[in-house]
Design a protein around this ligand. Structure first.
Ligand code: DX5
Ligand code: ZN
Length: 222
């Protein structure tokens, strides 16, 4: 069975009862929690900041994967580390000093990720891939849950997986946007190992069944 990790995105949870929502996905077999941080500037939406991440930290043992969709992400890395992030991804499009920012994340004891928008080419990772622990490939334009999967990005995932193999670096590929039981097999076949799913998990009444449906959809893959 393919070794994938499922990271439900809290963006599609009920924000009035985040503790219950976190316990529900933990009991249902989630591997990570994906927390979407948006600033109304890098993306056209506002969501959560470090204070909410810190409050959530006390509610579950699951590792926290903080996806920073914010301008000047370097200014906020320390706050998210202190709030309890175990993984932090920053957008390449938002950070001119990528290597320095990734090192700050690693120095703080978290895994460092480079997030790239659908239109950002794989080649742009050529140097920076040496400095990260994972690449978060957006399969929608970031900003909202429930958007349609952008299928041409699958070829880019394949390209990045090849780059990782050729370099011999220990880098995971995470995908985010429009992932469900129909699209998961495509991205896993291309090389993705961490699957973010917002509406496909929190939009369903039975979160355990929703995650199992995603896992089962990729069982046949190697
Ligand atoms: C979108 C966010 C995603 C979002 C995914 O900008 O980065 O993490 O929650 O939601 P779905 O899985 O519904 O596309
Ligand atoms: Zn995200």
């Amino acid at each position: 069975m393919t070794n994938i990790q499922i990271a439900p995105s809290l963006l599609s949870a009920d924000f009035s009862k985040l503790g219950d929502e976190l316990r529900d996905i933990e009991a249902g077999g989630a591997d990570l929690v994906h927390l979407d941080v948006m600033d109304g500037h890098f993306v056209p939406n506002l969501t959560i900041g470090p204070a909410i991440v810190k409050s959530c930290r006390a509610q579950t043992k699951l590792p926290f994967d903080c996806h920073l969709m914010i301008s000047e992400p370097q200014r906020y890395i320390d706050a998210f580390l202190k709030a309890g992030a175990n993984m932090i991804s920053i957008h390449q499009e938002a950070e001119p000093h990528l290597q320095r920012a990734l090192q700050m994340i690693r120095d703080g004891g978290a895994k460092a990720g480079i997030a790239i928008n659908p239109a950002t080419p794989a080649e742009s990772l050529s140097t920076a891939i040496e400095f990260c622990d994972f690449v978060l490939v957006m399969t929608v334009n970031p900003g909202f849950g429930g958007q349609k999967f952008i299928e041409p990005v699958v070829g880019k995932i394949r390209h990045i997986a090849q780059m990782i193999r050729e370099r011999g670096v220990a880098v995971d590929i995470e995908v985010d946007g429009g992932i469900d039981a129909a699209t998961a097999p495509l991205v896993v076949a291309a090389g993705a190992r961490i699957l973010v799913a917002g509406s496909a998990v929190f939009g369903q009444p039975d979160r355990r069944a929703a995650m199992e449906a995603i896992r089962n959809s990729v069982v046949a893959q190697t």
